[in-house]
Design a protein around this ligand. Structure first.
Ligand code: GUN
Length: 300
């Protein structure tokens, strides 16, 4: 892996996301030529959470870059759950809509599980619906949650750069959320890794990470993973993003320490975040194809 004293390879999510978008732009052009249509993503934002508004803006802008039509539905915070479900019913029935994304979190009076369950499975580009999670667990085709899909893409690129396969590696995922940790573990299993999942009740998480070839940190705890938690030469992907007291950003990994030990480390910001959005676009193009019975390309 790295020579002693070398810093870790930077697993740059902005570069990887740009490559994914370039591929998708070509695919969208080819699909338009073939079908006369282009993929459409409906983005639903309820309320005025400023962070959510920024995320949604990034998603809409990313759609424009690759030729995906985006249709924004911005609803007031007082929107009733019934009104939101009615909107979802109409988006489910609209043939021009291939993907539906309901930005989370939702206002407190709306039950997110009920809303997610209402999105048609073949338009669930967040991959949060139970049917899509179940398909992933069973190794069947379906839409995979964007953050873990992006992390897998980053690890695949790292494996290519460093000339080592993912298959057979011991991966430790820190975090067991339904949106990141659990689907991440399932994707790594599918890539033939041996997978350990650590969480808030794990006794001595560092003991597990020190034995890992790959660490995916998705604990939601600032700078949890220290340099002495990581085996020399390991690959570390940081899913966390936190605002520090001094105003700067940090992840779940203590980057200054881990960079000295790992063979590869994703930065925060500019790591997993851009890849999450790129995989949302990828899911939208996948949904467009599968809804029309078109085969998915081998490389995608
Ligand atoms: N809020 C924060 N991350 C996400 C995401 O990946 N999808 C949705 N729908 N909402 C989010």
């Amino acid at each position: 892996m790295t020579d002693a004293g070398n810093e870790a390879l930077r697993v740059d999510g902005r570069v990887a996301a740009k490559a994914v978008r370039a591929r998708l732009k070509g695919e969208v052009e080819a699909l338009r030529a073939e079908t006369g249509e282009s993929p459409g993503l409906a983005v639903v934002l309820v309320g005025d959470d400023p962070a959510s508004a920024i995320y949604v803006r990034h998603k809409v802008r990313a759609c424009e870059k690759v030729g995906i039509r985006s249709l924004s539905h911005v609803l007031p915070a007082a929107t009733t759950q019934e009104a939101l479900l009615t909107l979802l019913d109409s988006l489910n029935a609209d043939p021009a809509v291939d993907g539906i994304l309901v930005q989370l979190p939702l206002p407190g009076h709306i039950d997110a599980d009920t809303v997610i369950a209402r999105v048609a499975l073949d338009k669930d580009v967040d991959g949060f619906a139970l049917g899509n999670l179940g398909a992933l667990a069973a190794g069947r085709p379906g839409l995979v949650a964007c953050t873990p899909a992006g992390v897998l893409e980053m690890l695949t690129r790292t494996a290519e750069t460093l000339g080592e396969p993912l298959s057979g590696k011991h991966a430790v995922v820190i975090g067991r959320s339904v949106t990141v940790g659990k689907p991440m573990a399932l994707l790594l299993l599918q890539a033939n890794c041996t997978v350990t999942v650590c969480h808030s009740r794990t006794v001595d998480t560092a003991k597990h990470t020190r034995a890992a070839d790959i660490v995916v940190a998705a604990a939601g705890r600032p700078e949890l993973v220290r340099g002495d938690w990581v085996k020399p030469g390991a690959w570390v992907i940081d899913v966390g993003i936190h605002r520090r007291a001094d105003g700067g950003l940090c992840g779940d990994v203590h980057a200054d320490e881990v960079r000295q030990v790992a063979a590869a480390l994703s930065p925060v910001p500019g790591g997993v975040g851009p890849m999450t959005i790129a995989m949302l676009l990828d899911n939208t193009v996948r949904a467009f194809r599968s809804r029309r019975g078109l085969a998915q390309p081998e490389s995608a």
